[in-house]
Design a binder for this molecule. Structure first.
Ligand code: MRU
Length: 373
């Protein structure tokens, strides 16, 4: 994934300043590319809650770097306890993406037997590993997802493969490459003709602001559509394949993702369009079975629904579109039941969205999530 032709990551340690973690303020895209400094774990919590960073894998990586900052800023005598307290606060920043708690658990496990004077080094190494591994995970998803696009391309030689995606499960949601977008980038680089239908993804418009920006920066043909257009396109044979990301997938293959994903899966099922979910194994919650009953769905501030945000004359503006007395609810995610999912694209292969499918794929394999079925 490139910006202005240069490879980039979404989170990194500031060169020459190990006390500062840097991120892209995703709230400002596509109008402005602003880099922000995180200097405390509280800065990290703010970045997650206010969605300067978002997307399940990047939320996890930000949690890891926030724990590093907590350890770094703590006095030598109370490093362990400061990091443990920070872990509790960071873990409450957003509820749905399981990567947040996964990253915290992994970092805490790494320091459990570490001497106080070595904790900062271990915290940094762990955060760096999580980021490096995430890039390899995305590449794995890209390689496996590419085979699906190749099969479709082979069935319609010379024609374009049309892929619909929802929200941003792109490079910006990970450290690089993305999950849903990795197969698309791989296909594009291989010279396969792809075109992406980008759902705008109200209320925060991760599609129009982030996915469209990423695809444009990388020269991938795409078209922005309103969230309600997908069903119409599928009815008219204009979508060959849907690929979306996920914030948490149960061991049975139920998928939590950005609100509206479920409706796309319903439309895909009604029109025989394959509906794939791309996910790193870090997003699988092996401890739960039933997505509807067991995955907490984040409700966010109602101004995200009442207001439309955008840029005018170089300034970010928020415009109210709703009568002030109208009650609003802002559900950020929904659950797509496994029965509507054609397959799960992971870094180690593709499987059916079933308990048996996931168990067989991960059985006996080293999963980066550290947990086996
Ligand atoms: O609220 P967000 O922007 O964090 O939601 C992001 C999504 O729903 C993504 O599809 C999901 O995190 C997968 S990211 C690879």
């Amino acid at each position: 994934m490139k910006r202005k032709g240069e490879d980039f990551r979404t989170i990194w340690l500031k060169p020459g300043d190990p006390g500062t973690v840097q991120i892209i303020d995703q709230r400002k895209l596509p109008h402005d590319f602003q880099i922000r400094d995180l200097q405390s774990y509280q800065d990290g919590i703010h970045a997650i809650q206010e969605m300067l960073v978002r997307g399940a894998p990047l939320i996890g990586a930000t949690a890891a770097w926030s724990l590093y900052l907590a350890g770094l800023r703590a006095s030598a005598s109370n490093r362990q306890s400061t990091v443990l307290q920070a872990a509790i606060e960071i873990g409450a920043a957003r509820p749905t993406a399981v990567n947040l708690q996964w990253a915290i658990d992994r970092v805490l496990a790494a320091i459990v037997d570490t001497d106080d004077d070595d904790i900062v080094r271990v915290l940094r190494a762990e955060a760096e590993s999580i980021c490096n591994e995430d890039i390899e995970i995305s590449r794995g998803i890209g390689r496996h997802g590419l085979t699906i696009i190749e099969e479709i391309a082979a069935r319609k030689p010379g024609e374009t493969v049309n892929i619909l995606t929802h929200c941003n499960a792109g490079a910006l949601a990970t450290i690089n490459w993305g999950t849903a977008t990795a197969p698309i980038y791989f296909a594009h680089q291989k010279g396969i003709k792809v075109h992406v239908w980008v759902d705008e993804t109200r209320p925060r418009n991760q599609g129009s602001q982030l996915t469209a920006w990423e695809l444009a920066e990388n020269g991938v043909p795409h078209t922005l559509i309103v969230d309600n257009a997908g069903g119409h396109l599928m009815q008219h044979g204009m979508v060959d394949l849907c690929i979306v990301g996920t914030d948490r997938t149960t061991r049975s293959g139920d998928v939590a993702n950005k609100i509206g994903t479920y409706l796309k899966a319903l439309a895909a099922a009604d029109n025989n369009v394959p509906f794939y979910v791309a996910l790193p194994s870090t997003t699988i919650d092996w401890s739960i079975d039933d997505g509807l009953a067991e995955i907490p769905i984040e409700e966010r501030d109602t101004t995200e629904v009442s207001h439309i945000y955008g840029e005018s004359d170089g300034k970010m503006l928020a415009v109210n579109t709703v009568p002030t007395q109208t009650p609003i609810r802002n559900f950020a995610f929904d659950i797509t039941p496994a029965r509507l999912v054609t397959g799960l694209i992971t870094e180690i292969g593709i499987c059916a969205a079933t308990k048996d499918g996931l168990a067989a794929l991960f059985s006996g394999k080293e999963s980066p999530s550290g947990k086996q079925p």
